[in-house]
Ligand binder design. Structure first.
Ligand SMILES: Cc1cc2nc3c(=O)[nH]c(=O)nc-3n(C[C@H](O)[C@H](O)[C@H](O)COP(=O)(O)OP(=O)(O)OC[C@H]3O[C@@H](n4cnc5c(N)ncnc54)[C@H](O)[C@@H]3O)c2cc1C
Length: 479
């Protein structure tokens, strides 16, 4: 089937089986010929939709357990969907999809500074619950992204340079593994699985909930500076110099953005190609932070929204779209950059770009370079920047977008570390590049643990880590 074809696959499960499964599950069980099917498989990303044989709309861990047990006993693969922000990479064709959207509970323990977050909760659910206690989670640019999947994939947060990856602040996970067991996974109960899940994302089971640290943060100094595209070279060059000296407290990105002329886009970005610097600075000395912005402000922004911001308002820093859409994306992790690298990016992604796209550089380093004491599977901690190139399919043809993205990624190849960040691997070919999200020894350890916890690769409709060959005699590396 064409990867952009959203038609469901032929029903491969008979009605009596569906009935038997539905009896064990509290939420709806929906087959491909059911009128609820499209709504239950729909996600934020609409370029590629999951086309499973069955969707289990879980309302709690017991539903997840029954669904995984059923699939395991029949050899069906299992996919999971929270909000569907990442189905761009690997869409299920056939098999069973567990939709966790109904599991959105969040419980905050203000005293312990932790939150228990269910599988389908988005960051805005957690932010809302944590704020009255003067706390905040390590959420990212978009509050409507699923908190659990984001965290399992690493979780590059607004404040990550100051506080580390979200995956570095997980205390415990509730997981249903391929054998249908419901496990409490923490450093002192199952250290190997705990290590693998934090970075290995959806390869080792369905996480039904996680306990995470919350940070004593109520406000940040944040917002954006918008410049006309004619100043792109000056902004990028200043930004690179600036990021080489700013303290860990300063989290930022720079992006070239071409936006359509539609009322939903605020002035002065509407219908224009601009360069934007986005800032999220951990609370500290406000005067010092203001002074730090001097070199960037001196360039002359056409919009300046920098200032103190309640943490609950931090979604405004990136203003990521909240309406589902179709997009294609490419990514690369980069080392130190120089003026030549800036020119390479601007030549392809500036106002003369053949297809409209966003090219973004997020500044890494700081606490991101320090794994937590017990370690986890998040890789590529030595990268200095992560580059993302994103295009909306509504604005250009996929046949033009893919080569355009490939040209940008080729142009920055001399500065690439060779690594990629799992959460940003959503484009064509991402499924074949999973190895690059991990350090080499960690990837070997992950394939070994996969052979232990999911020897039949039940969880393979994802950014797949195959079970190590020889340990199981089962499916090998698909690449
Ligand atoms: C607009 C936008 C902004 C983003 N900003 C950031 C950012 O700032 N930082 C960052 O790190 N990432 C960011 N991301 C990436 C995002 O974190 C990942 O795409 C994440 O996987 C999305 O999770 P989801 O539940 O929303 O999506 P889904 O598509 O529902 O899930 C993504 C994958 O996670 C797996 N999964 C989902 N739920 C579970 C579960 N309960 N147990 C096991 N596996 C599960 C699924 O197999 C699925 O393939 C952004 C993405 C978008 C589209």
């Amino acid at each position: 089937m064409n990867r952009f074809d959203s038609q469901p696959s032929t029903l491969a499960v008979d009605a009596s089986e569906i009935e038997a499964l539905a009896e064990q599950i509290t939420g709806p069980v929906v087959a491909a010929n059911d009128e609820r099917y499209d709504a239950q498989r729909a996600g934020f990303q609409i370029a590629r939709q999951h086309c499973p044989d069955l969707v289990v709309c879980a309302v709690g861990p017991a539903d997840v357990q029954a669904a995984v047990t059923y699939a395991g006993s029949r050899g069906h693969p299992v996919a999971v969907q929270g909000t569907g922000h990442a189905s761009a990479a690997v869409a299920a064709e056939g098999g069973l999809l567990i939709n966790t959207a109904r599991m959105s509970a969040v419980r905050v323990d203000a005293h312990a500074r932790t939150a228990w977050v269910a599988a389908g909760a988005c960051w805005h659910h957690v932010i809302q619950e944590a704020a009255p206690a003067g706390l905040a989670p390590l959420s990212g640019s978009a509050p409507h992204v699923g908190a659990v999947s984001y965290t399992l994939g690493g979780g590059l947060a607004l404040l990550s340079r100051s506080l580390g990856y979200a995956a570095d602040h997980v205390r415990a996970l509730h997981v249903v593994t391929a054998d249908g067991r419901m496990r409490y996974v923490a450093q002192d109960t199952e250290p190997d699985l705990f290590w693998a899940l934090r970075g290995g994302r959806d390869n080792f089971g369905v996480v039904t909930g996680m306990q995470i640290d919350l940070m004593p943060v109520t406000t940040v100094y944040g917002g954006g500076l918008v410049f006309p595209v004619e100043k792109a070279a000056e902004v990028f060059e200043t930004y690179l110099e600036w990021t080489s000296i700013v303290p860990e407290a300063m989290n930022s990105s720079v992006a070239l953005i071409s936006l359509p002329d539609v009322p939903a886009i605020p002035e002065p970005m509407r219908g224009r190609h601009t360069v934007q610097v986005r800032i999220a600075c951990a609370p500290g000395d406000p005067g010092g932070t203001e002074r730090m912005m001097g070199p960037l402000r001196a360039i002359g922004a056409i919009s300046d929204t920098l200032g103190e911001l309640a943490y609950a308002e931090t979604g405004s820093i990136y203003n990521d779209p909240v309406v589902p859409g179709a997009f294609e994306a490419g990514t690369a992790m980069l080392g130190e950059l120089d003026a030549t690298s800036v020119q390479a990016i601007l030549d392809l992604a500036g106002p003369h770009a053949q297809v409209p796209h966003i090219v973004e550089l997020r500044h890494l380093g700081g606490r991101l370079t320090h794994p937590p004491a017990e370690g986890n599977a998040v890789g590529n901690r030595d990268a200095r920047y992560v580059l993302n190139v994103v295009s909306r399919l509504e604005r250009a043809d996929i046949a033009e977008i893919r080569p355009a993205h490939a040209r940008v990624l080729d142009a920055v190849a001399p500065w690439s570390t060779g690594g990629r960040f799992l959460n940003f691997m959503n484009g064509e070919g991402a499924a074949a590049q999973v190895r690059s999200a991990y350090d080499a020894a960690d990837y070997e350890r992950l394939t070994g643990l996969k052979a232990v916890y999911d020897p039949h690769n039940t969880f393979r409709l994802n950014h797949n880590i195959p079970p190590a060959r020889g340990r199981t005699g089962e499916r090998g590396d698909p690449r």
